[in-house]
Ligand binder design. Sequence first.
Ligand SMILES: C[S@@+](CC[C@H](N)C(=O)[O-])C[C@H]1O[C@@H](n2cnc3c(N)ncnc32)[C@H](O)[C@@H]1O
Length: 199
Amino acid sequence: METIRGKTSLEMTASDLQKQLMGYKHILLDLGTGDGLYVRCRAEQHKERFFIGVDACRDNLRANSRRKLPNALFIIANTQALLTELNGLASHVTINFPWGSLLESLLSSEDSLISRLLSATRPFARMDIHLNAEALVTAGWTLESGADQIECIVNTVGWRTKSHSWMDAHLLRSFPTTWAKRLAFGRDPCAIRLSVQRQ
Ligand SMILES: C[S@@+](CC[C@H](N)C(=O)[O-])C[C@H]1O[C@@H](n2cnc3c(N)ncnc32)[C@H](O)[C@@H]1O
C-alpha cells in the first residue's frame, strides 16, 4: 500500500505495518482524513495510541504528514476498496464530514462501507461518524434523513447505535478537523454525530 510523508510516497507491506504497530493496543482509523489534521492532533495528544489516516487525495496531506510522529501513518487509498493490510486492526474508526463516494458508500444499503468495515475492525470496536448538511443535500438527502439512513444500515450489518446527537457551532469549533472549523464559522453551523459499536 502507498503511504505518504510530506512530499515523499513510500510503499509499505503488511509486515512493515505490523512492525510499526507493535506495542500499540488502540489503533484508530480515520477514513477520508482530508489534510490529516485530526490524526496529527490526536497522535500528539495520545502517544500511547496509533492513528492511521486514509484519503484518496494526496495533495492536502503534505503538511500534516510531514511531522515525524512515531504513532501516526497516512495512507493514500480509495475507501471503495478497503486495504486487506488493515484487516482486524482498528479498535476505533472515525469518518469526519464525508463527501463524494465516501459518503455514497455509507448511504448505500448494497455493499455498504459499514458492512465492509467489519473486516478492518476488532469485535466491539467503536465508530464515530460526523455528518454535515451540505454534503448530504448534494447526495440527495437532508441531514436528518441521511443520518437516519446511515444509522439504519449500521444497525442491520453488525453495529449498534450508542448515541445520535447534534453538534452546534461551539462543539464544531472545538473538534480538531479542518472541515469542522469551516462548518463552525459557516452559514449552517450544525452537524450530526453518530456513535456506534461493533457487536
Ligand atoms: C469534506 S472532506 C473532510 C476531511 C476531514 N475528515 C475533515 O474533517 O477536515 C472529505 C474527504 O473525504 C475524502 N474522500 C471522499 N471520497 C473518498 C474515497 N472514496 N476514499 C478516500 N477518501 C475519500 C476526500 O478526498 C476529502 O478529503
